[in-house]
Design a protein around this ligand. Structure first.
Ligand SMILES: NC(=O)c1ccc[n+]([C@@H]2O[C@H](COP(=O)([O-])OP(=O)(O)OC[C@H]3O[C@@H](n4cnc5c(N)ncnc54)[C@H](OP(=O)(O)O)[C@@H]3O)[C@@H](O)[C@H]2O)c1
Length: 311
């Protein structure tokens, strides 16, 4: 089967399509014939080499955390999922090899009919991350939450899920994305110098929680929240220096212990999708063979939603 791999750090051109034997589902896992999979910004950073201190590569590296497809093997102990089911999900966090014709999923849910294969492929990471962080921040009805980086693959889902909780959502993005943020249920403002003043003009009594999906602005975000405990970042490795929690799910990295995986979010996301209350914005789709172009789009830092490979 086709897989995506790289054997050295470098630009997207180091990515290769490599034939490998098909994997098989172990206990508690399923195998899917992949219809679509995603390109995650974290993997784009890893391939470039900028993450080598935090997450050193063992070459060759295979890529892909999330996928959507049709179940064709069910591992021992799995109940409630059958061969032929359409699902979306993710590999084990220690595996990440879903940019391939077959993927072994450790976390999955039924694909909502309301989502295309591309949307389903991009859902798992954004949904899981959003539940993990919104739950930790205890975002609920009547709260005001700031999502920094609300136009990206993660922030665009976090903004919708915060709005579904009846929170007031303020989101940051460049001006070209402000109508997009409104369509997600967020009040837009721009990021960059003056952020504290702009947010406090919108919310003069302050915000209850800040979900940072962008990085690079923690002093401002702490000032807006009034307390570092009300800020969680998934994108800023300087978090500890600001007293802010860096939420991640990777064991053995020098960014503090992993948080528990918010697997329950997938079930709720399926219900919301079927009610038409959650969509997964897709910034672009590419054939698997054009994975380098997909990495280019993600690496530009301005994708409006998820970057997806169609298999
Ligand atoms: N730790 C975890 O568990 C975890 C999980 C998921 C993601 N992440 C990390 O979180 C980050 C975001 O992920 P993602 O999937 O949302 O990335 P993404 O889709 O690539 O984000 C692109 C978006 O970022 C916005 N952006 C660029 N610069 C910004 C800035 N300075 N301030 C605010 N927004 C800015 C862009 O908006 P404009 O085009 O309008 O500028 C664009 O919409 C990545 O670093 C990723 O690795 C971590």
């Amino acid at each position: 089967m086709r897989t995506v791999q790289y054997a050295e750090y470098g630009p997207p051109s180091v990515l290769r399509i490599v034939e490998e034997p098909e994997p098989h589902a172990g206990p508690g896992e399923i195998r899917v014939a992949v219809r679509a999979s995603s390109v995650a910004p974290g993997e784009v950073h890893s391939r470039s080499g900028v993450m080598r201190e935090v997450l050193p590569a063992v070459f060759p590296v295979r890529t892909g955390y999330e996928a959507a497809g049709v179940v064709d093997e069910v591992g021992e102990g799995v109940t409630g999922t059958r061969v032929g089911d359409e699902v979306f999900g993710a590999t084990a966090v220690t595996r990440k090899d879903a940019n391939a014709d077959y993927a072994i999923l450790a976390l999955w849910a039924p694909k909502p009919a309301a989502w295309s294969w591309a949307e389903a492929a991009g859902a798992t990471g954004a949904v899981e991350t959003s539940f993990r962080v919104l739950d930790r921040l205890a975002v609920g009805a009547g709260h005001t939450v700031l999502v920094n980086g609300a136009a990206g693959g993660t922030g665009s889902v976090a903004a919708q899920l915060a709005a579904v909780r009846d929170a007031r959502v303020i989101g940051t993005a460049s001006a070209r994305n402000h109508d997009f943020l409104r369509s997600l249920g967020a009040e837009p403002t721009t990021y960059g110098p003056g952020l504290v003043e702009r947010v406090l003009a919108l919310a003069p009594t302050g915000v209850d929680a800040v979900f940072d999906c962008a990085g690079g602005a923690l002093p401002d975000l702490v000032a807006i929240a009034g307390d570092p405990a009300r800020v969680v970042t998934v994108a800023d490795v300087t978090a500890a220096a600001h007293g802010v929690h860096m939420s991640h799910i990777l064991p053995g990295i020098p960014l503090g212990p992993p948080d528990p995986v918010a697997a329950h979010g997938l079930t709720i996301a399926v219900e919301l999708a079927e009610q038409g209350r959650l969509r997964i914005p897709v910034a672009g789709t590419f054939p698997l063979a054009d994975v380098a172009a997909a990495h280019e789009l993600s690496a530009g830092g301005h994708a409006r939603g998820k970057v997806v490979l169609l298999h």
